[in-house]
Structure formats: structure tokens, C-alpha cells
Design a binder for this molecule. Structure first.
Ligand SMILES: NC(=O)C1=CN([C@@H]2O[C@H](COP(=O)(O)OP(=O)(O)OC[C@H]3O[C@@H](n4cnc5c(N)ncnc54)[C@H](OP(=O)(O)O)[C@@H]3O)[C@@H](O)[C@H]2O)C=CC1
Ligand SMILES: CC(C)(CO)C(=O)C(=O)O
Length: 333
């Protein structure tokens, strides 16, 4: 199989780099400065076991690549960029007839639960992936990932439910590539569990903090709301214990010597001044479900709106104190 990584940033670069190292065919899809850097200097991947550079084929648009029935699309863009990428790739012809949307497997290697829904409108064969793989976009052409001795754990399954032979073949390739890839029949249960953890992303992006009593207390309030909403919606999510057990002692996420990892993916969006952030699909997912099921969500609502304002106004990550953020939430509660 050939893996086409649509959005070769932090997560896409780490997964693509690991697959390439293990000898799999990989094509990177990138844009802007990242495309230029990957094209001219290759992909530099730094992990606890060292740094290496991979010279891989890279394209900046779908019509620069001829697709075959052997291809797998791995969507690793931020959720706010999913629709545009899915629209562009789904209509590409595949050798032998049909389009990518009709014939190729598409894996959503992203946080949140929205991309699978968007993908299923355009692709017949959609797979969800729950990505526990802390990765950093260091600079154009360079990404790092902190997991050791394996780089991350990627629960994989058919969307909305089920498993199949394709999932098992892809998982086998990932497992040969220093990644743990359990195939599960209920991948969205894993992704909803991860969504609850990612309610912290906005707190970290805005305040720069995830430790300390006040930041932890805020996260607990966001989490309690998230749990209440999922319960009201009848959505099952794996708990922290089950997630930790799945990793066992096979992966530790620890900073390593020379690790450039700063913070989570939303914090990185602000620090790169991209002008957008994923909050509508993390805290915003809980707010939306809360509205649908009559559960108030003042905490996640303020987190979503504050993170969006930070992105829009290109404010520095960490430039609001936890006390200020808590006061905004208290005023709305
Ligand atoms: N980073 C992490 O530690 C983790 C991230 N995740 C999730 O993984 C997903 C990806 O996050 P992450 O890797 O951090 O994000 P990044 O911003 O590092 O990578 C995404 C890349 O995709 C590019 N891109 C967007 N649209 C297109 C397109 N149409 N064609 C080509 N390239 C495109 C972006 O370009 P540009 O910069 O120009 O926007 C960017 O380079 C998110 O859902 C995130 O929540 C999950 C677990 C951990
Ligand atoms: C919490 C973390 C780092 C886990 O991989 C993540 O999902 C993110 O940065 O968005």
C-alpha cells in the first residue's frame, strides 16, 4: 500500500516519517512554506531515538499525483481544514476507474469527531483513528514526536463502527513502523474519550498552563461538562484508565534531551499565528451536543469563544492568566 499523508504537519509528518523508515511507500501532501521545505530539504523527524531526514515525494495539490487502487489517504489536517481537503481529494480519478471517494480508504488521523462525518459524505470507505501521539511542528520541514520506545498509539477502526481486512492490513504496516495500532470495532468510543482530554487544549493555548491547581480545576470543570453532555447524548467514551491500559508500558510520553516539544496542537496553532484554531471541534463539539440535548455548557462555551478570539486576533499563546479565564467562565456560568 502507498500512504498519502494529506497534511504533513506534526502528526502527519511523524506518521509518514515512521512509515517511510519501515520501508513503506509514502507521499506527503503539504502547502506553503512546509511544501517548499519538504520538497527542497526533505522531512526531518526527531524522536527520542534520534533525528533523520527522509527524502519523500511531496505534492501541494491532488492533481499533481496519479492515484491507484493501492493508495490509502491519511487525513492529518486540523479539522477546520478537513472540508477543503476532502472535497479536493475525493473527486480525483483512480487508475482503472472510479474516484478516490468511491474506491480508496480514507483515515481521519485527527482529534475530535467531526472529520469522519464530513468524510463519510464524500468517501465510501472511512476509518477513524484515535491519535495519541504528541508531536511538534518545529519549523517548516521539521517535526518531532515524544513517544518512546514506540512513537504513539493509534486505535483504528471503520467509521462509524466495525473492522475489516483493510484496517488490519493498515494496522500491520503501522505496527512495523514503531507505532502501536490496535484495530477496534468501536473507534469512535476511543475518539470521544480522547475528545474529553482535548477539552484542555483551549486552556493550555490561552493560558499556557495545564499544571497548577487553578488550571487543573478549570480542566475538571470542562471535563465534568463534557461527561454530562456525552451521558445525555447516550455517547460512550473510553475512560482515562482504559486509555492508559492500552498503552501499557509500551509507550512513554516523556520529554527527551533536546526535545523541542512546547505544548499541544492548539497552543502550536496560536504560536504559529495561523489565524485559526480547532476549538469549534473540541470544546465546540461539547457545546453543540449540549445544545442538542439540553445540557448547559458555559465552561466549554467560554473556552471555545476565547480560543477563537485568540486565533482571530493572533494573540500570543499563554497571554491570559488562569485567573482571568476563570473569571470569564464564572461570569458566564
Ligand atoms: N500535534 C499533536 O501533538 C497532536 C495533534 N492531533 C491532531 O492531529 C491533527 C493534525 O494536527 P497537527 O499535526 O498538530 O497540525 P499541523 O498544523 O502541524 O499539521 C497540519 C498540516 O496540514 C496542512 N494543511 C492543511 N490543509 C491542507 C491541504 N488542503 N493540503 C495540504 N496541506 C494542508 C497545514 O498547513 P498550514 O500550516 O498552512 O495550515 C499543516 O502543515 C489535528 O486534528 C490535531 O488535533 C492529535 C494528537 C496529537
Ligand atoms: C494531548 C495531545 C498532545 C495528545 O497527543 C493532543 O492530542 C494534542 O496536542 O492535541
Amino acid at each position: 500500500m502507498r500512504y498519502i499523508i494529506v497534511g504533513a504537519g506534526a502528526v502527519g509528518g511523524a506518521i509518514g516519517g515512521r512509515l517511510a523508515e519501515a520501508g513503506h511507500d509514502v507521499v506527503l501532501v503539504a502547502r506553503g512554506a512546509q511544501y517548499e521545505a519538504l520538497r527542497t530539504g526533505g522531512l526531518r523527524l526527531t524522536t527520542p531515538d534520534g533525528s533523520r531526514t527522509h527524502s519523500l515525494p511531496v505534492v501541494d495539490r491532488p492533481d499533481a499525483l496519479d492515484l491507484t487502487a493501492d493508495d490509502v489517504l491519511v487525513l492529518a489536517v486540523k479539522t477546520q481544514d478537513s472540508t477543503a481537503a476532502l472535497d479536493a481529494w475525493s473527486v480525483r480519478p483512480v487508475a482503472g476507474g472510479g474516484t478516490a471517494g468511491e474506491r480508496l480508504p480514507l483515515i481521519c488521523a485527527q482529534n475530535g469527531v467531526e472529520s469522519e462525518r464530513l468524510a463519510l459524505r464524500r468517501f465510501r470507505h472511512v476509518y477513524g483513528m484515535c491519535v495519541w501521539l504528541p508531536a511538534t511542528f518545529v519549523e517548516p520541514g521539521e517535526v518531532s514526536a515524544a513517544g518512546t520506545p514506540l512513537t504513539g498509539i493509534l486505535h483504528l477502526g471503520r467509521y462509524p463502527t466495525g473492522t475489516d481486512e483493510t484496517a488490519r492490513l493498515i494496522a500491520a504496516d503501522l505496527e512495523k513502523s514503531k507505532l502501536l495500532a490496535p484495530v477496534v470495532p468501536d473507534v469512535m468510543r476511543w475518539k470521544y474519550g480522547k475528545l474529553l482530554s482535548n477539552l484542555a487544549n483551549a486552556i493550555e493555548a490561552v493560558t499556557g498552563l495545564l499544571t497548577g491547581d487553578d488550571a487543573v480545576a478549570l480542566f475538571k470543570r470542562a471535563l465534568a461538562e463534557g461527561r454530562a453532555v456525552l451521558a445525555a447524548a447516550g455517547v460512550e467514551a473510553v475512560g482515562q484508565e482504559e486509555q492508559t491500559k492500552a498503552r501499557g508500558d509500551r509507550i512513554r510520553f516523556e520529554p527527551f534531551d533536546g526535545s523541542p516539544r512546547g505544548a499541544g496542537s492548539s497552543w502550536q496553532s496560536l504560536s504559529r499565528g495561523t489565524g485559526t484554531i480547532e476549538a469549534d471541534y473540541l470544546n465546540g463539539e461539547i457545546v453543540l451536543l449540549g445544545r442538542e440535548h439540553g445540557v448547559p455548557t458555559p465552561v466549554n462555551d467560554v473556552l471555545q469563544r476565547t480560543a477563537n478570539a485568540f486565533a482571530r486576533e493572533r494573540r500570543e499563546p499563554g497571554s491570559m492568566s488562569v485567573a482571568e479565564l476563570t473569571a470569564l467562565i464564572d461570569a458566564a456560568s
